[in-house]
Design a protein around this ligand. Sequence first.
Ligand code: SAM
Length: 278
Amino acid sequence: MAGENATTAGIAWQKMVEDEHAQSDRIREEAPSDDFWRPVAHRFVPPKKGESTPDDTVKKLAGLISPSDSVLDVGAGGGRLAVPLAQYCSHATAVEPSEAMREQLVATANAWDVTNLDVVASTWEDAVVDPHDLVVCAHVVYTVTGIEGFVRKLVEHVRKRVALVSFERPASATYLPLWSYVHGEERIELPTLPQIELLLSEMSINYEKLFLKEWISRPFASREQALVECQARLFVIPGSEKSEKLEAVLEDSLEVVDGGFRLKWAEPHRPLIVTWNV
Ligand SMILES: C[S@@+](CC[C@H](N)C(=O)[O-])C[C@H]1O[C@@H](n2cnc3c(N)ncnc32)[C@H](O)[C@@H]1O
């Protein structure tokens, strides 16, 4: 779907994503892993069934459907939304290309005793699925180059409502300050809410915004876990000179919090649902 953008916003979006990807390719110390999400997939699962969470996304999305509705979650990750949402609808489908994410998703669905959820191993661009009443797509579009085709396909597969969940700032914002220490350059940012709004307006989609509660990512369980996740986010290989720089900067940058360690400048995410009826 790359190259299909026709609007000014779509073309500008594609350039942002391509520039970010080109920087990643230039900077990475080893060939890209065949599953970028493996080191962090455990972060994209819901809490244990019955446990509370500060994130009200599921509650807000559940308020948009009735029990007889079906839900399609595009880029469902480890089932953070799809697994709990399956309990509020007749049937759910999760489209997810990453094997590591799907492993988490299936394990979580089993742990939650969810049996009305189908998993489709595919990108959205290649997925073959039926239309559903609600189509959810949470924190996926940021890296999509053919964004207009991607959004059009969401619209073509929905019977009632689309819900794009986004952060106001990029999800990777927490890791950005590490870039100049380790790579000696600023990280190019991916498109996020301002670009989503411009794009939808140019595509003549009339959306509304439902603001969600702020929440902060779960801490790293240990210093070692922090290093592994930051190495993956910064494309640095263990034992390299840059990895040593990263280790040194993490020494001063991690603070002890309840449940582990957090980068001391980490701020809460400010998520919202950008939604429209069809
Ligand atoms: C940041 S995670 C978000 C996961 C989940 N939606 C959530 O909010 O917890 C992004 C997910 O989008 C998936 N993804 C990336 N590009 C995709 C595409 N073109 N089609 C479908 N899923 C995609 C990734 O594999 C990953 O699981």
